[in-house]
Structure formats: C-alpha cells, structure tokens
Design a protein around this ligand. Structure first.
Ligand SMILES: Nc1ncnc2c1ncn2[C@@H]1O[C@H](COP(=O)(O)OP(=O)(O)OP(=O)(O)O)[C@@H](O)[C@H]1O
Ligand SMILES: [Mg+2]
Length: 359
C-alpha cells in the first residue's frame, strides 16, 4: 500500500507556477488519506480563482496516480484561509524580515542590475529593455524587469500583460511573468487612466517597494527601464543601487545624442559602470535587397560612445509599422538579431556568462 510519505515525495517536484517552489515545501498539500489504492488529498491555493489552478491540479493528479498501487485519486482544490495566507507570506518573506536590506539588494546574492537610460524620451528605452530582458531569459538567465518609468509606464503594454494584475499575498507582491521575464510596473497598481501625481520623494519610495515588497525569488539579473532625462528617478537608482551598470540608448540624431551624453555623464559621476551604447532606429533595411537607408542620419550612437569613453554595442534597425502588432521583436527579424547580439555582449561584460544555464 502506498504511504503518506510516498505521496509527499511524489509531489515534491510539483511547483507552484508563480512562486517556483515545491507545493510540499510551501505546505500547500493537506489532508492526505489513504484507503487501499484510493488516495484523497487537498491542495490549498493562495487565492480561490488562481489562474494556474488547472496546471497544479493536473500535475498533482498525474504524480499521485503514477504511484504504484494507486487506483484512484480524489483531489480537492481549496483556497487558503486568511491565517494560512499570512503564514504563507511570512514563509516567503523568510529572512527578508530580519534583514535591513531586501534580499534582492543583498550584495551576497550577486544580482546584476542594469539601468537602461536615455536622456531624450521616445528613443526606445522601453522597447530595448523589454526585448533585452526576453533575450537574456532566452540565454538561460533568470531575469527581472522593473518598469521604473513610474509616470510613463509602458512595459506591461509591450508584453501584452497590461490587463493582468499581480497576485498579492498578504502584502507580498508576486511579479507578473511573461516571455520568461518577471515584471513589475507602476501600471499594475494604479486604476486605469488615473494620472500618477506623486512627487519626488515618493518615487524613491516606490522603487524601494519594487525591491522590498516584491517576491522576486531567485534572479540573476534585473533590468530597470528608467524614465527619460536625468531626474529624480535616475538619482534614486544611483543611490539605491550603487553597483548598477548602465546601458545608454540613443537614436542617430544629434539632439538625441546630446542628451544621451548628459544622461551618461550623470551615471559616470555616480560611479556607475557604463556597459555601452545602443543606437536604436539606426536605419531602414529594404526587405528585398537589404539596402540601408539612414532616415534619421548617422553617427549619433558612435558619438555618444566616444564622448562617454565606451563602446557602441549595437545598432537596431527601424521595425516597419507594417510588420504586425506589438514591439516584441519576432524571430528571424534583424531587430531580434541585434538584440541577441546585445544580450551576448551584456552577458559577457557583466560576468553573467558563468551563470547562464543551458536551456
Ligand atoms: N527599432 C524600432 N523600430 C520602430 N519603432 C520603434 C523601434 N524602437 C522603438 N520604437 C517605437 O518608438 C516608440 C518609442 O519607443 P519606447 O516607448 O520604447 O521609447 P522610450 O525611450 O521608452 O520612450 P519614453 O521616453 O516615452 O519612455 C514606440 O512607439 C515604439 O514602439
Ligand atoms: Mg519608456
């Protein structure tokens, strides 16, 4: 006859899809009863209508049914009581509560932070941040993405998750996962079409919350999509993440390049290592003959790199508006190729190469 221990052992591999920990370890498995070949048990989820309910249900059923001697599985899916939920959140927080620094910021964890900055608005910071995050995840890294543009948040829309809301367990926020990337954005916390009216000091607090109150789990690298300019948020990032590295995004035009240099100098003044420059919307490539037209001129990226004594890492061509919906670069496009080239360089330059897991 199958034992309770065997059932638990079999379920040890089943993870909560949002938290990436074993449901056994998370104490989500309850009331195991064994009667001959019949096993009945309950799995309690954090919230009743948990969207991942079916995934867990199916996995549990399969694992238990596969045990020798089991003839039937009677599985109930319940939801946690308030008390259980509070205990669960405390468990997730773990050492976090005893620590002054959120685990994500603990230097011993070795998380690499990369801020994506530009100076001028609309040059493609968010597009680059989103696609780079996806590319780095595709290279086998565990990637977080913080939409630090708390007024002009656009990351959720780029990922197509702007209608989702994160699961909140007793004040602990689970990031939304999309394309293998864990994301968090102010967008998730403001009602539709409500302008954010917070002033300077609130911004820093919000960023701190993004690090402290969000359950990031294990991540190797966190990208931050900064708002344009060299304002408050950039300063907060410099203060909060003194070891953060920077990528500077510009377009080829002289005016964009000038402001990009200023944004970069600000990073240098605060001792942030600049990984290099990304030139976006560099040219339009003819789909037939491959001829390049430099519609916005040429040389912006190279000049920014020279003035900041760093390198122009990549030039991303203009994605024609006719190429379909969304700004996540599709397989086989030159934009995607450029982003993967960028990802490889960033991985090499930050020492993340050793962390890259085979996928
Ligand atoms: N390579 C590209 N080809 C075509 N369109 C692009 C490209 N990169 C970005 N865009 C478009 O340009 C616009 C601005 O891009 P994005 O929002 O990424 O810039 P940003 O620097 O984050 O802007 P903001 O300063 O408003 O935060 C968007 O509509 C985006 O879809
Ligand atoms: Mg943006």
């Amino acid at each position: 006859m199958v034992t309770r221990e065997q059932v638990l052992e079999a379920l040890r591999d089943v993870e909560d899809p949002e938290i990436h920990k074993s449901i056994v370890e998370l104490e989500m498995v309850k009331d195991i009863h064994i009667d001959g070949g019949q096993v009945s048990l309950e799995v309690v989820l954090t919230i009743g209508g948990c969207p991942l309910r079916n995934t867990i249900e199916q996995a549990v059923r399969e694992k238990v049914a596969a045990l020798p001697g089991v003839t039937s599985v009677n599985l109930r899916i319940g939801s946690m009581s308030d008390e259980e939920r509070a205990r669960f959140a405390a468990k997730l927080r773990g050492r976090q509560e005893q620590q002054a620094v959120p685990p994500l910021l603990d230097p011993a964890k070795g998380v690499v932070f990369i801020a994506v900055a530009s100076g001028k608005g609309g040059v493609g910071k968010s597009t680059v941040s989103a696609n780079l995050a996806i590319a780095m995840a595709a290279h086998g890294l565990r990637v977080g993405l913080v939409d630090a543009d708390i007024y002009g948040f656009s990351i959720p829309a780029i990922f197509g998750v702007d209608d989702q809301r994160p699961t909140v367990i007793d004040d602990l926020i689970l990031p939304i996962e999309s394309h293998g990337v864990k994301l968090i954005s102010m967008h998730f916390f403001v009602p539709e079409n409500h302008p954010v009216v917070w002033r300077g000091p609130m911004l820093g607090k919000m960023l701190r919350n993004f690090f402290g109150e969000v359950h990031w789990g294990d991540v190797d690298v966190v990208l931050l999509d900064l708002p344009p300019g060299t304002g408050d948020v950039a300063l907060d990032v410099h203060q909060l993440l003194p070891k953060s590295k920077e990528l500077i995004v510009t377009t080829p035009q002289a005016n964009a390049a000038d402001v990009a240099v200023r944004a970069g100098l600000m990073g240098l003044r605060t001792n942030h290592e600049i990984l290099g420059v990304v030139e976006n919307m560099s040219y339009v490539e003819c789909g037939h003959c491959g001829e390049r037209t430099y519609i916005f001129g040429q040389g912006g990226g190279a000049r920014v790199a020279a003035e900041l004594r760093t390198r122009l890492l990549v030039q991303i061509p203009v994605l024609p508006a006719t190429s379909g919906r969304g700004m996540i670069f599709a397989e086989g496009t030159p934009q995607r190729e450029a982003i993967h080239n960028l990802a490889r360089q960033v991985i090499a330059a930050t020492g993340l190469r050793a962390t890259v897991r085979s996928t």
